[in-house]
Structure formats: structure tokens, C-alpha cells
Ligand binder design. Structure first.
Ligand SMILES: *Cc1c(COP(=O)(O)O)cnc(C)c1O
Length: 234
């Protein structure tokens, strides 16, 4: 009998090695950076394979697609992160099914998530999305609006503010990427200086995780480097 090894565990290992090397290069411990596997467009079987290869935190962009996976994989202790935009009419689904939401950029959405979080579930762990380059992805608050939003979110009973997330436009090179990520780190440090006690700085993807880690990222969101190129763009 021949066994054909799926490349997925290998790709996960490669990504983990990249994270460890990037941490080593700037004197950080590899344990300071969490790997979030971005599983948008990936089916249940493949998410299960990744789980079996030791990956337990997954990020999803499309709410409906995500909820189907979350329900289908209820038997696995997976931590699910919403990393896509949330319309008002989707907040209940998000509040009922996810563990984290990284894309808070309006107080109104945060308030709805807090109100709709079912009693008996842990508080929803949330990050404020910050837009440091006014890039094409219009989501996210400007850096100078982040403090007010964070202070508002921090008062909501069923949310727990953990940090900030950002998706800068792809930069031309490593140095340019670091400059953008440094702006995000600056916002993170400024909020902490105001007493917010944030522990999560979510930045860096397949193409730029090294620059993000060098700039202080504590969570990289990696899709294609683990699961391969996506047919659908986003
Ligand atoms: C798709 C996506 C990622 C992962 O991107 P890759 O380039 O495939 O690693 C990370 N964060 C967000 C918000 C995404 O939408």
C-alpha cells in the first residue's frame, strides 16, 4: 500500500519555519507570534487536515461560508477569527459563531456584536482595524480615530478588546513594508500608552510576514502559503 503524503503539513511546517526564522532574525521568541491560518475558499476536509497537522486558529472572510464550516466542524476545538468586513445584517451570525473579530471599524457594529453575543459564550475577542495607508481596502479607521473607537469598544460588556489589525497595501520591498507596519505598531503603542492593555498586533500575510514580524506583529494571517493559491481573489 502506498501512502501519498498531502503537501499541507509540509506547507504548514514551512510557514512555521519562516515565522521562527523571522523571529530569530530580530531577537524575538517564536512563541510571541501566533499563526492564523486563513481558510477562506478552503473546504472542510482541508481545514480538518490542517487541524490534524497541529493548526488550531483559522480566519475566515465571508460570513456565510464561514458559518457553514464552523457548524460542520463543531466537533473540533478550533478558534475561529472573522477577518472580513461585517455588514449590520450579519452581526448576529458573527456574534453567535466566531471566537474573534478582527475587523471592528465602527462603534455601531461593535455595539451590535456585544448585544447579540449569546449568554454563556465567552466574550467575543476583538481587534480594531486600522488603515494606515488609506489604501484601496477602504475598511479600517484612520490612525487618529483609533483611540476613540478603542475606548468605546473597551466599555462594551460582551466584547474583549485585544488589539489592532491592519492590511496595508502590498509594499514594493521589505523596507517599504516595514515602514507601513511601523505605522501600525505606532498606533498599537499609542493605545497601550493610554492604558488599553492590548496584547494583539495582527499584521502580516503570506508575502510580507517577515517584515511584519520584524515590526512587532504578534499574529500573522496566512492563507496562500499554507493552502496554495486561491481561485477567488480577495
Ligand atoms: C486573504 C487574507 C489574508 C491571507 O492572505 P494570503 O496572502 O493568502 O496569505 C490575510 N488577511 C486578510 C484580511 C485576508 O483577507
Amino acid at each position: 500500500m502506498t501512502t501519498i503524503q498531502s503537501p499541507l503539513p509540509t506547507q504548514l511546517q514551512t510557514v512555521r519555519a519562516r515565522i521562527a526564522a523571522a523571529c530569530h532574525a530580530c531577537g524575538r521568541a517564536a512563541s510571541e507570534v501566533t499563526l492564523l491560518a486563513v481558510s477562506k475558499t478552503v473546504n472542510l476536509e482541508v481545514v480538518t487536515q490542517a487541524f490534524e497537522a497541529g493548526q488550531s486558529a483559522f480566519g475566515e472572510n465571508y460570513i456565510q461560508e464561514a458559518v457553514e464550516k464552523i457548524m460542520g466542524l463543531r466537533h473540533l476545538p478550533i478558534e475561529w477569527h472573522c477577518i472580513g468586513p461585517i455588514q449590520s445584517n450579519k452581526t448576529r451570525l458573527v456574534a453567535e459563531h466566531f471566537d474573534w473579530v478582527q475587523t471592528i471599524d465602527r462603534l455601531k457594529i461593535a455595539q451590535r456584536l456585544s448585544e447579540q453575543r449569546p449568554a454563556g459564550l465567552a466574550p467575543l475577542q476583538v481587534c480594531i482595524q486600522v488603515n494606515v495607508d488609506a489604501g484601496k481596502a477602504k475598511s479600517g479607521v484612520a490612525p487618529d480615530e483609533a483611540l476613540a473607537l478603542a475606548q468605546g469598544v473597551a466599555t462594551l460588556p460582551n466584547l474583549r478588546l485585544r488589539g489592532i489589525m491592519s492590511i496595508p497595501e502590498p509594499a514594493s520591498d521589505f523596507v517599504a513594508a516595514c515602514a507601513l507596519f511601523a505605522r501600525v505598531k505606532g498606533v498599537f503603542d499609542a493605545l497601550n500608552a493610554q492604558g488599553l492593555a492590548l496584547d494583539t498586533l495582527s499584521m502580516g500575510m503570506s508575502a510580507d510576514m517577515e517584515a511584519a514580524i520584524q515590526s512587532g506583529s504578534t499574529m500573522v494571517r496566512v492563507g496562500s502559503a499554507i493552502f496554495g493559491a486561491r481561485a477567488r481573489v480577495n
